[in-house]
Design a protein around this ligand. Structure first.
Ligand SMILES: Cc1cc2nc3c(=O)[nH]c(=O)nc-3n(C[C@H](O)[C@H](O)[C@H](O)COP(=O)(O)OP(=O)(O)OC[C@H]3O[C@@H](n4cnc5c(N)ncnc54)[C@H](O)[C@@H]3O)c2cc1C
Length: 424
């Protein structure tokens, strides 16, 4: 059992509160905002982190919000680890009063593994880490299960002057004053709205996994449980960090992403074909046994500690890494947010923070526009396009240099995780 020290010590709550407030003023939801949105209906399409974040924010502002998710069952357990930036936690901690210690772990060192397998740990600024599942469960509780509609796949959008009608594969339709498209990298909303979109494969994939440290050599588990760790292989670099265990945040799990260069062509096509023979575009959770065996064997290149980590992962999964940018996020009463709007490579570890920030700024623009949804979206869009673009550019530069040099520049302050820039 690897205990999460955040859960057992008196983690100074103000610590995260102060950090979270660093970017901007804290949330204050005034009654006048509730009044202007009271009775107004918002439909959020996509019930993952971007959609839930926006829905929870709008609900707390008084909107009558409903979330429509394609999946027929709860997404619980769908993701892995997430670096918790101030923007990632701000709604949950500042508005909902969720203690950061109940959903986060803390890493206070950077551990760098050399080619000989030896490692050095150096003190770093505090990083809070969390898990996709912890955020999902907390945000879903804020939105409410009664407003979260599974098995609803968006197929059509029909904008009118005073409201928008959306339709689902089931034949069901609904109408709303505001529609938020949070349906991910392959967004149907974006396709239906014909947003100009560029997508580029980075030239590498990320093998991801979550491991119980109890399965590792205890000394290795101890090293990896306290730091953000970086190592390298002949074809890329790996990052690992502790996250809270799903359903029991007093325990620590270990999360990793191992980025491996794979050129476009037959090797990539085979890798992206799952055990059932289906060629996947973006991610797969059931890799072919031969791909898994190759990955596990190659992990020896990472040195004994990180090989121990990778080899102990019960269910590794794979994601191809892309840059994707849609040049429009506002379409009258319809907003695109999160991965539906833009996808940056994960090296700034800020995709979830960007999604949360898209929602927060949208809610703010709606509050400031006295109920005029179109005006709010027009005001909101330029800053959010710019945020997405800068994150793509910074993450691309970091990823390209790291995958070419086959190491992460841990001592370079420019390589720090962050949404608005290194460490921010
Ligand atoms: C390798 C890798 C590592 C990453 N690491 C990090 C990290 O450390 N930190 C971080 O912040 N981010 C990280 N990310 C990014 C992060 O996962 C996302 O950017 C973030 O969670 C926002 O996701 P989203 O909600 O916009 O999209 P998604 O999570 O893709 O959700 C989209 C949802 O929409 C639903 N949907 C799709 N189509 C329809 C439809 N037609 N109708 C209804 N519903 C639909 C889907 O079922 C899904 O639930 C990483 C990404 C990758 C690839």
């Amino acid at each position: 059992m690897w205990r999460n020290p955040l859960s057992s010590t008196d983690f100074v709550w103000a610590h995260i509160g102060i950090a979270a407030r660093g970017l901007d003023a804290p949330y204050v939801i005034e009654n006048s905002h509730r009044d202007s949105s009271a009775g107004r209906r918002a439909a959020v399409v996509g019930g993952s982190l971007a959609g839930l974040h926006a829905a929870a924010l709008l609900r707390s502002d008084g909107w009558d919000v409903h979330v429509y998710e394609r999946s027929a069952k709860l997404l619980d357990g769908a993701g892995a680890g997430i670096i918790a930036h101030p923007a990632t936690l701000r709604f949950l901690t500042d508005v909902e009063g969720v203690p950061a210690s109940s959903i986060c772990c803390r890493a206070t060192a950077i551990r760098t593994y050399g080619a000989d397998g030896a490692s050095v740990a150096e003190p770093s600024r505090d990083y809070l880490t969390t898990s996709w599942t912890a955020l999902y469960r907390s945000l879903l509780a804020s939105v409410g299960h009664d407003r979260y509609h599974l098995g609803h796949e968006l197929v059509g959008i029909d904008p009118g002057p005073d409201s928008v009608s959306i339709s689902f594969a089931s034949g069901h339709t609904t109408r709303a004053d505001l529609v938020v498209g949070a349906d991910g990298i392959a967004s149907t909303a974006r396709r239906v709205l014909k947003a100009e979109t560029t997508r580029e494969y980075s030239g590498y994939v990320g093998w991801r996994g979550i491991v119980d440290p109890g399965l590792l050599d205890p000394e290795v588990a101890s090293k990896l449980s306290q730091a953000i760790s970086f190592g390298s292989s002949r074809d890329g670099h790996i990052v690992a960090y502790p996250i809270p265990k799903s359903g029991d945040s007093s325990q620590v799990m270990l999360n990793f992403v191992w980025y491996r260069n794979v050129a476009v062509g037959s090797e990539f096509d085979e890798l992206m074909t799952d055990a059932g023979g289906v060629r996947r575009d973006v991610s797969l959770h059931n890799p072919r046994p031969s791909a898994l065996a190759e990955m596990r064997a190659s992990a020896e290149e990472l040195g004994p500690d990180l090989a121990n980590l990778v080899a102990s992962t019960p269910k590794p999964f794979l994601q191809a890494v892309f840059d994707q940018f849609a040049d429009q996020m506002a379409f009258g009463r319809i907003a695109l947010i999160g991965d539906a709007a833009s996808v940056a490579r994960p090296h700034a570890a800020a995709g979830t923070a960007k999604a949360a920030e898209n929602g927060r700024m949208l809610a703010q623009a709606l509050r400031e526009s006295n109920g005029n949804v179109q005006a709010a979206l027009s005001r909101w869009e330029p800053g959010q396009l710019e945020l997405g673009q800068q994150l793509i550019e910074r993450s691309k530069a970091l990823g390209e240099s790291a995958q070419a040099a086959l190491t992460w520049p841990t001592r370079d302050p420019a390589s720090e995780f962050g949404l608005y820039g290194p460490g921010r």
